[in-house]
Design a protein around this ligand. Structure first.
Ligand code: AMP
Length: 228
């Protein structure tokens, strides 16, 4: 598929976004996937969809998400394996929120090999904790299309309404101050070690994620061009 305003070349690989919650991974992943015309895979979005549909998986995941803990690997892996197996992922995809544990990272490597996808590019979002708190507490999400806003840095044109579809903007329950702490702890303990794992494989690139949305997109695209 040719993207309408794409960078002019195909992605043809998996791009993995890694970084703490609130670093901007979801916003950037959506934009990058749009520019390259590839699917955006977000384990968090998939879980939220299950929760809103009230599926058995959603019922299992909801209390865990509300505590700020990680959903068990077996559940996450089954969901992600099914998604990556779909044909639309064959020309590359952008994935955020996965992997979050060593077991998930190992399995993702196996899956990429199994589907003949070669080495991924892993973009590590580097950002300080002060800015992270501002992004998390200010984040609002469209209840219809999932578009992400921030009341401080990226407000919608009409307060409380999505620019794209007019949907009501909501605050994620797990962006409340009491859940942010456990989420950051889960990141530090279980996900941050993956930075070293991917650095050892020479597939990791750091991006300074403190800049505005468009600037970070430019930086990520530059990394992808240079990683060819
Ligand atoms: P996110 O939208 O990426 O911040 O994810 C929201 C919540 O979904 C997390 O706090 C976890 O409870 C759960 N979750 C999303 N992705 C994963 C994953 N790869 N492994 C375990 N839990 C996950």
């Amino acid at each position: 598929m040719e993207p309408a305003h794409g960078p002019g070349d195909a992605l043809d690989r998996a791009v993995i976004f890694i970084g703490p919650p609130g670093a901007g991974k979801g916003t950037q992943a959506k934009e990058l996937a749009r520019l390259y015309g590839v699917p955006h895979l977000s384990s968090g979005d998939m879980f939220r969809e299950h929760v809103s549909r009230g599926t058995p998986l959603g019922l299992k995941a909801k209390p865990i998400m509300d505590r700020g803990d990680l959903v068990p690997d077996a559940i996450v892996l089954e969901m992600i394996e099914d998604r990556i197996a779909r044909p639309d992922c064959r020309h590359g995809f952008v994935i955020d929120g996965f992997p979050r544990t060593a077991a998930q990272a190992e399995r993702l490597s196996e899956l990429l090999e199994h589907h003949g996808m070669g080495k991924p590019v892993v973009i590590h979002f580097v950002i300080d904790r002060g800015l992270l708190m501002r992004r998390l507490t200010g984040r609002r999400m469209c209840s219809v299309g999932g578009e992400i806003y921030n009341i401080y840095d990226r407000p919608s044109k009409v307060p409380g309404r999505c620019d794209n579809d007019g949907g009501a903007l909501i605050q994620r329950y797990d962006d409340s101050e009491e859940v942010i702490g456990p989420r950051l702890k889960a990141y530090d303990q279980q996900t941050a070690p993956l930075v070293a794992y991917y650095r050892r494989q020479s597939v990791l690139r750091d991006v300074d994620a403190a800049a505005g949305v468009e600037e970070v997109t430019r930086r990520v695209m530059k990394i992808l061009r240079n990683a060819r």
